[in-house]
Write a protein that binds this ligand. Structure first.
Ligand code: SF4
Ligand code: SF4
Length: 501
């Protein structure tokens, strides 16, 4: 056997005085870190298998466990950091592409944290959301640019189909296959209770979830998995997935090991065969081609559902969005490069795309300059972490936002970033029945409802503080934002002034 150049990233620290050898950690760990050593008559751990998911730490009845990041370090410098050295060792060993999951851990600027929100003082009174109504209802879809009346003065303006949300937050695309049945069920139940939408992702819609159709966005991606007339008509809207923030320009790959009977039936592919999503849609090479698919889907659903086109935030995103806004699509969803993923090549995840804040600001400005902002609604995602991020996104011009990682955290995800292994100890990114059942959909959906309800309270509080009682009055209202520590170019792209100005 050759030398293993890699060292464990984490160390399992077990307090021997507290451990009662109950073996809960052993039973709970799908990575087989813990074991009972009969000769030593105590628990032992294999640090090299630990992914720091904290399942054992959370369930240990005596709080005997602690997972710590190893303080072993290579002889690194500013150029050759330990993680860079380790990656070279890994590729020299495997000859393969490095896979990773969830959003990039790289230290790129987070512009949400470089913008501050305004509040009323003296000249324009703030509003108390506990005493006065605050409107957060949002409609997504094309908007009329003119109000028309007939000879009698009656309103005859017609609108295309709209999505109506109680609050401008939706759960973004996560496919059945990349996440579990129980995770999907939690999202669907929560969306229904909150009066918002969840998104099937590209894995089709399990027959059990058709009952949540009024709160479901069904996705059509390059692999066309699970797409049939019943599926298209089951949801409230259809999303064409052109790209994903965590892996712009490349397709997807769900290994055959995850394609059991249920997923094979839902995706309409053979059991245990790899599910490959091509990088491009093979029928889309231009905006004209995209327009054909948009209208094919409208035809298939008798013009009753809005069509969303989802793209990754890339360098020329404003020109791309301008084309999509002319394609007949009703909603553009833009996914920033810090967005999550169930599996992506690490190099792509960490180096391709642009931050959602800059993409959103430049797209909203461009569509306004071209006089086509009302053609589409804008939905943005890619690391929305709090109600403050939602407020800032709306003020920059978004109509609504998508969350995924925050939703998974509410379900118990501990961001161990090993979803690609399919051994999620929290029952989320796995298809193993013994792991899936660890996530109770009733509990999961209640936690999601709690999270979004808490954000709703905070959003209303901050809106009231700004003297605004309707989310419409916040939308694109960049005067409510100031930059902090940003240079002239960043301020100009974001369309905001610096704090103090
Ligand atoms: S769960 Fe805690 S108490 Fe039980 S064996 Fe593991 S470390 Fe010991
Ligand atoms: S979903 Fe599960 S495997 Fe993925 S990061 Fe979260 S805890 Fe880890």
């Amino acid at each position: 056997m050759g030398i293993n150049y890699l060292y464990p990233d984490f160390e399992v620290h077990r307090d021997k005085d507290k451990c009662i050898n109950c073996r809960v950690c052993e039973r709970q760990c799908a990575n087989e870190v813990h074991a009972f050593d009969k000769e030593l008559n105590r628990m032992i751990a294999d640090d090299s298998k630990c992914v720091n998911c904290h399942r054992c730490v959370s369930l240990c009845p005596t709080h005997a466990l602690k997972i710590v990041k190893t303080d072993h370090h290579f002889k690194e410098n500013a150029n050759w950091k330990g993680e860079v050295i380790q990656d070279i060792y890994r590729q020299a060993e495997s000859g393969g592409v490095l896979l990773a999951s969830m959003g990039t851990p790289k230290d790129y600027p987070v512009y949400w944290d470089k913008m501050l929100i305004n509040a009323s003082q003296v000249t324009n009174p703030s509003i108390d959301p506990l005493r006065e109504p605050m409107e957060t209802r949002t409609f997504l879809g094309q908007k009329s640019t003119k109000i028309k009346r007939d000879d009698q003065g009656r309103l005859i303006t017609t609108t295309t189909p709209q999505l109506s949300l109680n609050i401008p937050i939706m759960f973004s695309a996560m496919s059945y296959g990349s996440i579990s049945y129980n995770a999907h069920k939690s999202l669907a139940m929560a969306a229904q209770e909150l009066g918002i939408f969840y998104n099937t992702g590209e894995g089709g819609l399990h027959e059990d979830f058709y009952q949540y159709g009024k709160n479901t966005i069904v996705q059509v991606a390059s692999g066309r998995f699970g797409v049939h007339p019943g599926y298209l008509n089951a949801g409230a809207a259809i999303e064409i997935k052109m790209g994903q923030g965590a892996k712009p320009g490349i397709g997807g790959h769900l290994p055959g090991s995850k394609i059991g009977e249920d997923i094979s039936k839902t995706r309409m592919i053979p059991e245990h065969a790899d599910a490959i999503s091509p990088a491009p849609h093979h029928d889309i090479y231009s905006i004209e081609d995209l327009r054909q698919l948009v209208f094919a889907l409208k035809e298939a659903t008798a013009y009753t559902k809005p069509i969303i086109v989802k793209v990754a935030a890339v360098h020329n995103i404003s020109a791309i969005a301008s084309g999509i806004a002319r394609s007949g699509a009703d909603i553009i969803a833009i996914d920033g490069f810090r967005g999550g993923t169930g599996a992506a090549p690490a190099r792509t995840r960490d180096n391709v795309g642009i931050p959602i804040e800059l993409a959103l600001a430049s797209v909203d400005s461009r569509l306004r300059q071209e006089g086509i902002r009302n053609n589409v609604s804008l939905v943005v995602g890619g690391s929305i972490r709090s109600s403050a991020d939602v407020i800032k996104a709306i003020a920059l011009g978004a109509d609504a936002i998508y969350v995924a990682t925050s939703a998974l955290l509410a379900l118990g995800c501990h961001l161990c970033r090993t979803c690609q292994n399919g051994k999620c100890n929290w029952g989320i990114a796995t298809q193993k029945p013994e792991l899936v059942k660890r996530l109770n959909p009733e509990v999961g959906s209640q936690r999601l409802v709690n999270l979004i309800t808490a954000w709703e309270h905070e959003i209303k509080e901050m809106m009231g503080g700004m003297g605004i009682n309707s989310i419409e009055a916040l939308r694109g209202n960049r005067l409510m934002l100031r930059g902090i520590g940003l240079n002239e170019t960043e301020l100009q792209i974001l369309g905001i002034s610096h704090a103090g100005q």
